[in-house]
Design a protein around this ligand. Structure first.
Ligand code: C2E
Ligand code: CA
Ligand code: CA
Length: 830
């Protein structure tokens, strides 16, 4: 039991935990997705434009530094509300004619220069253009340049009061230093360049370094003097011990200008020696590496300069910025394949083609994945624990399987047989007749009622009366077996016979034999006892359904009694008393409905251990005397009126609870009975809820008693009503437990809180030698966490025994009969 509680705790805990995990997982996912989006478009144009400037680019959008320029500019300009347009000079393609061509283009295209507050100039050609047309096109307009290789030009421009900017540093020396330290055994440095202005600058610096490294031979390779084919050929034939320094070299002998990408791909395909480069671009294509200016950083700085100028900064006081940070970038894969020492490179070197580590590749999604795993594991734990719980249930049930099986067998027997006489019971014979006997079957139904059985009971005691019945059954057994009859106990002292293939009349042989058996003296010690019986018979007639024959036989039996007992009456159509009686009760019911003709009695339910009242069962009565629930409830059910009684009793009970409360009494739960036919009263639950609200009664003070059979039908309608009661907070009691069904398994899943053990089980089993069955049932219920009310306890002996068995609650005449409300609320056990 304790183990199960721990497991249940664990299960609930893991459920909670997994919900939490799912929540956290959700947050992680959300963060992951939004992060992705954030990094995707880091630089957004400003929502609100405060300044507009023009960026004149010397080249075109495909130029290799262009992307880095745009990034750097965007980073500084956009957050400050500065938007820019771009005009491309295509100076590579147009050669020296470019400045003039661009002049006419820009004059047409940007006739209204006034809409720009400043000019950005990317690379040398743009600066040259700006200087040439400053007074005509950009009078008094602040201008910032960047990416200018020609130091003299940059210096000259920055002396202009409206212009300042950044010189594009050449990191050739740093590149060559690294090349030499990585390949100390290679003694030839090949400098690849052209005759463009940056190509020339490159060459000059390259050449100047000769003196610094006297033991190296410097070779110059000018692409402007070579055709593409020559270049490819020469690169393929480079000396084995050489290093190629790939600088500015985009033009050839025929004045073709190649894009950086096209050139790089030619160079890396042709040369087999290590290739170094002092400019950005072409990384990862086969260039080993190098040091170059950080273009993005420079443009960022240019942007800052522009912001300063737009904020009325005086550009005449802004000197040329001749130092922009460098970046060292190397190809990781090539470093490996040349087997080079990584420690020779600066700490902040950027590597291309680096195989991504697991962490850097999956780093961002990793927490989400781990969380997902944790969640899955906890959910797994949850289902595992759930399984373990049901295993312990099964194990516990198995442990008590012996008792269970015994109890079950006994229950089956109890449900179908009468224990004392060892013959079928009323319910079983009724069902059997209904199932087996068709309209065209030929048979007779006989009900035998011992005359003055009450007196026998009083004179000789219960057990002797039972023995007499047993004796008669034993005498009849021979005839029953011989004729293939059925015999059943129909009530206290009533037997029912079904005699197939025979239509009885008053003095046929069968009837004579029956009387002979019954009237035979019963030996009783020295004496003998003669008894008589009244019999009623009803015979098949091709039109009357089997169940009606039972009713008819009973009617006939009563008729025999009134005719003076000790005889048989065969039912005939004139015998309508029973029907008439039913009509009479119907009329009384109708009147009672119209005239508030019902009231409730309350039978206290007593806690076995404390002997305190723990609740009441409300039982309906008619104000009209002489009509009892056993009479009018079945009539109400047959006529479809039971739902009205259901509503009337419920309202009376809730009103009573309110009255008790208003009198300041301590309330206890009151249960009302709910008949199966009330299932059709679809509005009942709403009705109950409305009453509870109206009288402000907490729902746990009302309980509903439902007969065992209704739980077992498992109809959708019933399930729905049970669920709605539970949702309201109303407890369900199972009434008449032990009269209906033979298996106990269903108790584990039906929604009842309390089981009421039927009086018939108490009567039959709560006697010496048999009562372990009752004890087993009580223990089984407790294992299933159900409370038990034992009904029909009439004697102290029974109470003491039940107390010993650990029964929870007792309801019976021993403590109190059903009593009026005023008495009930103050009832105490004396
Ligand atoms: P039940 O629901 O099984 O109610 C218990 C019956 O056993 C009550 O009979 C009660 O007076 C009786 N009883 C309680 N303790 C003892 C005892 O120690 N010895 C004996 N011999 N009897 C005991 P009652 O009030 O005559 O009701 C009979 C049946 O009529 C009930 O059986 C129930 O099925 C039905 N009934 C009574 N009131 C209502 C009601 O308000 N609504 C519905 N639908 N049915 C009701
Ligand atoms: Ca009841
Ligand atoms: Ca009952």
């Amino acid at each position: 039991m304790d183990k199960r509680k721990t497991l249940i705790f664990l299960r609930n805990f893991s459920l909670l935990l997994s919900l939490l995990c799912i929540f956290v997982l959700f947050i992680f996912l959300l963060r992951f997705i939004t992060n992705e989006i954030d990094t995707n478009d880091e630089i957004k144009p400003p929502a609100e434009v405060r300044h507009r400037v023009l960026f004149i680019s010397s080249y075109d959008p495909l130029y290799f530094t262009y992307d880095s320029q745009i990034k750097g500019l965007g980073k500084s300009l956009y957050p400050n509300g500065i938007e820019y347009d771009v005009a491309y000079m295509y100076s590579d393609a147009r050669g020296s004619a470019s400045i003039d061509q661009f002049y006419s283009f820009i004059k047409n295209r940007f006739s209204n220069m006034k809409k720009y507050e400043a000019i950005l100039l990317g690379d040398d050609a743009a600066l040259e253009f700006a200087l040439k047309y400053q007074s005509e096109l950009f009078p008094n307009m602040p201008m910032i340049f960047f990416g200018v290789n020609n130091y003299d030009l940059a210096l000259k421009a920055s002396r202009n009061p409206y212009i300042s900017g950044l010189y594009e540093n050449d990191y050739l020396e740093e590149t060559i230093n690294l090349a030499i330290s990585l390949f100390p055994e290679r003694k030839t440095l090949i400098g690849l360049h052209d005759q463009s202005s940056s190509g020339k600058t490159d060459f000059e610096i390259f050449w100047s370094l000769r003196e610094k490294y006297p033991e190296y031979s410097f070779v110059d390779l000018d692409s402007s003097l070579l055709s593409q084919t020559d270049l490819v050929f020469l690169l393929a034939e480079l000396p084995k011990d050489s290093i190629l320094i790939y600088m500015t070299c985009y033009s050839d002998k025929q004045s073709n200008v190649y894009s950086m990408l096209a050139r790089t791909s030619t160079v890396v395909r042709s040369a087999s020696v290590p290739i170094f480069r002092n400019y950005v671009g072409g990384e990862g294509m086969g260039i080993l590496g190098g040091v170059h200016m950080d273009v993005e950083e420079q443009c960022y700085k240019a942007g800052q300069m522009l912001i300063w100028a737009l904020g009325n900064g005086d550009l005449s006081k802004m000197p040329l910025d001749a130092h922009t940070e460098s970046r060292t970038a190397f190809d990781y894969r090539l470093m490996k394949s040349f087997n080079l020492d990584f420690s020779l490179l600066p700490k902040d070197t950027i590597f291309y083609n680096r195989p991504e580590s697991f962490l850097s590749h999956y780093g961002k999604i990793l927490p989400t994945i781990i969380m997902l795993f944790v969640t899955l594991i906890i959910i797994l734990l949850y289902s595992k624990v759930g399984k373990m719980i049901s295993m312990t249930y099964i194990a516990e049930l198995k442990k008590s399987q012996k008792t269970l099986l015994d109890s079950q067998e006994q229950l089956t027997y109890q449900a179908e047989y009468d224990e004392i006489l060892d013959v079928l019971n009323r319910r079983t014979i009724t069902a059997w007749l209904r199932d087996k006997m068709k309209l065209d079957s030929v048979y007779s139904v006989v009900i035998i009622d011992i005359d003055d059985f009450k007196m026998l009971n009083e004179n000789y005691g219960h057990s002797l009366a039972d023995s007499i019945l047993q004796y008669i059954v034993a005498l009849l057994k021979g005839m029953v077996e011989e004729g293939g009859w059925k015999i059943a106990r129909f009530g206290g002292d009533e037997l029912l016979l079904v005699i197939p293939d025979e239509i009885l009349d008053m003095d046929c042989q069968t009837v004579r034999q029956l009387f002979a058996a019954i009237r035979a003296p019963i030996p009783l010690g020295d004496e003998s006892l003669a008894i008589t019986a009244s019999m009623g018979a009803s015979c098949s007639d091709g039109i009357t359904p089997a169940e009606q024959h039972i009713i008819n036989a009973e009617t006939a039996m009563y008729e025999a009694k009134t005719r003076g007992k000790n005889g048989i009456v065969i039912y005939d159509d004139k015998m309508k008393e029973k029907a008439l009686e039913e009509i009479r009760i119907k009329e009384k019911l109708q009147a009672a409905f119209d005239n508030d003709g019902f009231f409730m009695l309350y039978q206290p339910q007593i806690d076995t251990q404390t002997k305190q009242v723990s609740g009441y069962e409300a039982l309906v009565r008619m104000k009209e005397p002489g009509i009892y629930p056993g009479q009018f409830i079945p009539v109400a059910e047959r006529s479809g009126w039971i739902w009205r009684i259901g509503r009337i009793t419920t309202e009376l009970v809730i009103k009573q609870l309110a009255a008790w409360r208003d009198q300041g009494k301590t309330l206890h739960p009151v249960s009302v009975n709910f008949s199966s036919n009330q299932l059709n009263d679809h509005g009942y639950v709403d009705f109950v809820e409305e009453l509870l609200n109206r009288y402000d009664i907490p729902p746990h003070y009302l309980e509903i008693e439902i007969t065992e059979g209704l739980f077992l039908e498992k109809s959708v309608l019933a399930d729905d009503i049970f669920r709605r009661f539970k949702d309201l907070g109303i407890r369900l009691l199972m009434d008449d437990f032990g009269t209906g069904y033979s298996s106990l398994g269903y108790l584990t899943y039906i929604p009842v809180d309390v089981i009421k053990l039927d009086k018939s089980l108490v009567d039959t089993y709560l006697v010496d030698g048999k009562d372990s069955f009752i004890r087993n049932i009580i223990h089984l219920m407790h294992d299933l966490d159900k409370n038990m009310i034992i009904e029909g306890v009439e004697e102290e002996r029974q109470f003491l025994r039940l107390k010993e068995f650990g029964a929870d609650t007792i309801q019976g005449y021993f403590f109190s009969k059903p009593i009026p409300a005023d008495e009930a609320i103050d009832f105490t056990v004396s």
